[in-house]
Design a protein around this ligand. Structure first.
Ligand SMILES: [Zn+2]
Length: 359
């Protein structure tokens, strides 16, 4: 484990006497903008990044509400995905230089276990935690990171858009292409198509020539989802999506279901699959547990993939897609002091796309 932990609040090893701003979770549902010690000069193998933009994700909402089962200590600096500029590099760093624009991988992987060596970073056997959730995150002016965990931003991609690469884009890239192995010409059901990852999934699937069916919770979002390229949009509040999908696919079902809603939709998503179809899920915003029919699982030969995070390679692939014009859908940009307002908006499900916090 490396030393992003060296910038924990109150760490006096900073020795610079400098302070910086940090959005800090001090109690459940209470985030404060505090002055904390700035990090020391980066150690060997580290870079120091000045944060420019943070992307909000549902994991921020979970963390903000309080997670009884998550091992962590408050106060905690929030922010799970970010983009910034390198302002200093430690000894032995040759992969980055001052002035480079970068995003950082947000889990403290070991870099040496079998999974890390094989580039399956999100399966690291010794992971030191998810930044902004288990350990201090990115919502601060300066952070020291291992150089091996940063990925350069292409010159034509803004900090705002790049901030969506490590979690939103990376997660979807990993779900669709590493796990579900989505192929051109296939049909996909994208649940909650107005969310940050839903909008990303629609765009990535359309970009390779898939037919996209998506669900949304109101008619205004339905129009926006169509504008993104979704072929069919179902308002799940007024129509039973399982029936509509069966009809749209001539009773065959879809090749892939993209899930992150959980109990409210999971069994319906399974029902939408064709025989041998794949369901990939990275979330359960509507709860934790369901029961489902095992006969259906094996007789229909479904494949179900749990997916969490992504590899560092997926972040590079995501940034390359952005550079080629596949940009994130931005719902709102808020200032640092309005971070909680952004979280409340995310929690209310009013969003269409991503919420970005600018430094
Ligand atoms: Zn590892």
């Amino acid at each position: 484990m490396t030393d992003a932990a060296a910038t924990l609040i109150g760490d006096t090893s900073a020795a610079t006497g400098q302070t910086m701003r940090a959005l800090t979770l001090v109690a459940d549902r209470k985030i404060e903008l505090l002055d904390v010690a700035a990090p020391p000069a980066p150690a060997a193998g580290e870079v120091q990044i000045r944060i420019k933009a943070i992307g909000l994700n549902h994991i921020d909402v979970w963390g903000w509400r309080g997670m009884a089962f998550a091992k962590r200590k408050l106060p905690l600096i929030v922010g799970v995905e970010a983009a910034g500029e390198i302002v200093a590099v430690g000894a032995d760093v040759t992969s980055s230089k001052v002035g480079d624009r970068v995003v950082a991988y947000g889990a403290l992987t070991c870099g040496t276990c079998k999974a890390c060596r094989e580039g399956r970073d999100n399966l690291c056997e010794n992971v030191g935690g998810i930044m902004g959730f288990h350990v201090d995150g990115f919502a601060r002016d300066l952070i020291n990171m291992p150089a091996r965990l940063v990925v350069p931003i292409p010159s034509n991609v803004s900090y705002r858009d790049a901030a969506c690469a490590p979690v939103a884009f990376g997660t979807v890239q990993h779900m669709l292409f590493d796990n579900a192995r989505l192929e051109p010409g296939e049909t996909i059901l994208v649940q909650a198509g107005g969310s940050g990852i839903g909008t990303t999934a629609i765009k990535m699937a359309k970009a390779i020539g898939c037919t996209v069916i998506t669900t949304v919770g109101d008619d205004a979002k339905a129009e926006k989802a169509k504008a993104l390229g979704a072929d069919h949009v179902i308002n799940y509040r007024t129509e039973r999506f399982e029936g509509v999908v069966r009809k749209l696919t001539g009773k065959k079902g879809v090749d892939v279901a993209f899930e992150h809603v959980g109990p409210d939709t999971f069994n319906g998503s399974l029902l939408c699959l064709k025989r041998g179809g794949r369901l990939v899920t990275c979330g359960s915003t509507s709860g934790q547990s369901i029961s489902f029919n095992l006969f259906q699982l094996y007789l229909q030969q479904y494949r179900i993939f749990g997916s969490f995070g992504c590899s560092i390679r997926n972040i590079g692939e995501s940034l390359a897609k952005m550079a080629a014009g596949l940009l994130p859908v931005i719902d709102t940009e808020v200032a640092l002091a309005d971070f909680e307002r952004g979280l409340a908006r995310l929690e209310s499900r009013q969003v269409f796309g991503k919420i970005i916090v600018n430094f």
